[in-house]
Write a protein that binds this ligand. Structure first.
Ligand SMILES: Nc1ncnc2c1ncn2[C@@H]1O[C@H](COP(=O)(O)OP(=O)(O)OP(=O)(O)O)[C@@H](O)[C@H]1O
Ligand SMILES: [Mg+2]
Length: 416
């Protein structure tokens, strides 16, 4: 259950003391799933994507007659509705095609998970396969790449007339060979009865520049760019998900505020929805009756802390110590902090924490690593004539946010 309560005896089933262990009224939310990641909203809840939907539909349209769809590459910043639109249009195509005797299946491939060609082929085959129908299995390991391809061809030919493969975050693929092989499967007579439609999605706007020439020439595709949402559109998106909350609990200014906050960050609908959901969670945890502007601001900060935590999450304890040292120094001095100052601060903390210290060289390497994760930006600065150069470092993110992200780490407590 969501909420332990001892405050309202009428709402729970009493335990031996007469106090309810659970409560059966649902505070704040009526249907929180509307705000959850992965929820596919009803078509009437989608805002400002008519043109994009239409263009996706145009590219896929031939599939209705069992003909080859045009490959599609969709670009746009994060949270601009790319995955949503691709999923929605392929879902809507399915019954329309079925009416005309064409079977359509869709496989969504998360390329951040399946980064190699073999992993991609294996996963597509597995997702599409029904072993009873095809008589083919797709073992998780043990086959060569070409064997996985062979099984995939059998599966495609048996299972469906058209299969759309949505390569979500396609830029994460180690190489684009799988796009080429799939797009030419019919031409190369790997499959006989069916066709494969390719939809690539990326938030790297320059992704097509990185495609290999071989893929470019074999993948005759349409490019589609999704613009960011403005505050009004975000407002409308949130308005249409208001039913996630119980009637009357949202203060009037919450949705406009959340939309404005998210619009400032390149108009990310996911961010807007996240902030609204977290604002509700905070209100719920506080036992508040309504969700207010203050909850929304706290929620916004929470999403920022979460994002920074994700950036530093995989880092070692040592690396987090070094980052903390940089934060402390950055608070004390204007401008970028020299490696040596970071190092001195680090040894102080490490000594206070009774942990062994590492060399300045090692600390310098760790700072470079944070550059890679875009938490820190380092620059090389001359120390004056004949005195060599030094590296200086600054934190790109808001200092306070980084501090909060670090200090919630169980073993790092020196900020408090
Ligand atoms: N036009 C819209 N109307 C209603 N909800 C939307 C709209 N666009 C996006 N959303 C919602 O915002 C969230 C993010 O959308 P989506 O996953 O499609 O973004 P994306 O462009 O694929 O982002 P990323 O590049 O980060 O994967 C989803 O919960 C989606 O339902
Ligand atoms: Mg997406």
């Amino acid at each position: 259950m969501e909420h332990p309560s001892g405050t309202d005896g009428t709402n729970g089933s009493p335990d031996d003391d007469g106090d309810p262990l659970f409560r059966y009224d649902r505070p704040i939310f009526r249907d929180k799933t509307l705000l959850e990641i992965g929820h596919l909203p009803d078509p009437d809840k989608v805002v400002g994507r008519d043109t994009q939907m239409q263009r996706v539909a145009n590219a896929l349209n031939p599939a209705i007659f069992g003909e080859a769809p045009t490959a599609l590459l969709i670009f746009g910043k994060t949270g601009t509705g790319k995955s949503l639109t691709a999923r929605m249009v392929t879902e809507r195509l399915k019954p329309e095609a079925a009416e005309r005797g064409t079977s359509v299946e869709t496989v969504i491939l998360d390329c951040g998970e399946e980064t190699t060609e073999t992993a991609a082929v294996k996963t597509i085959a597995n997702k599409l396969n029904d072993a009873d129908e095809t008589g083919v299995t797709v073992p998780l390991r043990g086959l060569s790449k070409s064997d996985y391809y062979k099984r995939l061809w059998t599966i495609v030919d048996t299972m469906t007339d058209i299969v759309f493969v949505i390569f979500d975050e396609v830029d994460m693929l180690e190489d684009d060979e799988v796009l080429r092989t799939l797009s030419r499967a019919r031409e190369n007579q790997k499959i006989v009865d069916s066709r494969v439609g390719i939809i690539g999605i990326s938030n790297q706007l320059d992704y097509p520049d990185n495609l290999s020439e071989r893929v470019k020439s074999s993948l005759q595709h349409t490019d589609l760019v999704f613009p960011a949402y403005d505050a009004n559109q975000l407002n409308e998106i949130l308005e249409r998900r208001k039913e996630a909350f119980k009637p009357g609990v949202l203060t009037d200014d919450v949705i406009p505020l959340v939309s404005a906050l998210a619009a400032r960050e390149h108009g990310d609908a996911r961010k807007a929805i996240d902030i609204l959901r977290i604002a509700g969670d905070i209100a719920k945890d506080e036992d508040a009756e309504m969700v207010t502007e203050a909850h929304a601001r706290q929620a916004k900060e929470q999403t920022e802390i979460n994002r920074v935590r994700e950036l530093i999450d995989g880092e070692t304890q040592l690396a987090k110590l070094v980052l903390s040292a940089l934060v402390l120094q950055a608070e004390q001095q204007e401008g970028a902090v020299p490696t040596q100052a970071v190092y001195e601060q680090y040894t102080q903390i490490a000594t206070a924490m009774d942990t062994k210290t590492v060399s300045e060289r090692r600390v310098s390497d760790i700072l470079k690593q944070f550059n890679f994760h875009s938490v820190v930006r380092s620059e090389r600065v001359g120390r004056g004539r004949g005195r060599g150069i030094t590296n200086r470092h600054r934190i790109i993110e808001d200092l306070d946010i980084v501090k909060k992200a670090l200090s919630r780490d169980a073993d790092i407590t020196y900020f408090e």
